[in-house]
Design a protein around this ligand. Structure first.
Ligand code: GUN
Length: 284
């Protein structure tokens, strides 16, 4: 069994982003800028945003967080996004999800300029991704693809089961795998018999937020298991969606939690923001 080390791969990505930022500053006097909008005071969301801000600082980005009260209206959020769309110092815009129930998330995401949509959530980018055109791709599935590349894991012809069908993780994950010629099955909360599918999979990718969902008897020998879940248990410890101690014995590769997919998500946000900065001003 080999661990897929997301922490060290994310550091590698970060240092290559940092080197490119220095070059951009020196040669073109451009500093990549990321605007983050966060609404309400959910502690987990604030913790994620702080991590994103720290990562931006570490690679030399300019970053600004718009921290808005729960009572903000949809129109007020839209006004902030329009301001960021028009701000030439901002190359990437990210609205931290989830938003409060009185806000229509789809409407908000559609206001973001697709060229600044570093989260890859805008329908324009989703459509381009599905058709295998160049696009911004959601950071978590993009981070998983980067792991496959780094560990030379071939996807063509593989049976892959994606557990979870969200717009942020499961659906884009499935599209990216399909673009690499994998045979993809997407399972979700209404799937009748998850084990039926997972037992046949060469690769299982799970991100649903249920500790110990994937158990030893649901995984075939030699499978590759990617755990996107992050769950905080009552004792304060962080675990994924996979019963790591028992499942890892059967795997050829597995990601740990923490130190697996999590750090890659932030690394891909940096990489997407750099990409947006380099393309800034392109009219195509
Ligand atoms: N909430 C949970 N994951 C994400 C993410 O990747 N991006 C944003 N914007 N919000 C999230």
């Amino acid at each position: 069994m080999q661990l897929i080390d997301g922490k060290s791969l994310s550091k590698k990505v970060q240092s290559s982003v940092k080197a490119e930022v220095e070059k951009l500053k020196k040669e073109k006097n451009i500093v990549p800028g990321l605007a983050v909008i966060i609404v309400g005071d959910d502690p987990a969301s604030h913790a994620y945003v702080s991590m994103k801000e720290r990562a931006c600082k570490a690679v030399g980005f300019y970053s600004i967080a718009h921290k808005m009260p729960e009572s903000i209206t949809q129109d007020e959020i839209i006004q902030i996004i329009i301001m960021m769309n028009n701000n030439p110092h901002i190359h990437g815009i990210l609205v931290q999800l989830p938003l409060p129930a009185h806000i229509d998330t789809d409407k908000i995401l559609e206001v973001i300029d697709p060229k600044k949509d570093v989260d890859g959530f805008h329908a324009y980018n989703v459509g381009r991704m599905v058709t295998n055109l160049d696009s911004f791709v959601a950071c978590t599935p993009l981070g998983v693809m980067e792991m496959f590349k780094e560990y030379n894991i071939e996807l063509e012809g593989k049976d892959v089961v994606v557990v979870g069908a969200s717009n942020i993780v499961g659906k884009p994950m499935a599209s990216l795998l399909l673009n690499k010629n994998a045979t993809v099955t997407v399972t979700h909360i209404y799937t009748k018999d998850l084990a039926f599918y997972s037992k046949r999979a060469d690769i299982i990718i799970v991100g649903v937020g249920v500790p110990n969902l994937i158990k030893e008897d649901m995984v075939k020998d030699g499978a590759i298991v990617i755990d996107i879940g992050i769950n905080r248990l009552e004792d304060g410890s962080l675990v994924g969606d996979v019963d790591f101690d028992n499942v890892s014995k059967k795997c050829s590769y597995i990601t740990p939690v923490p130190g697996g997919v999590g750090p890659m998500t932030i690394a891909m946000l940096l990489s997407n923001t750099l990409k947006a900065t380099k393309a800034f001003g392109d009219t195509k």
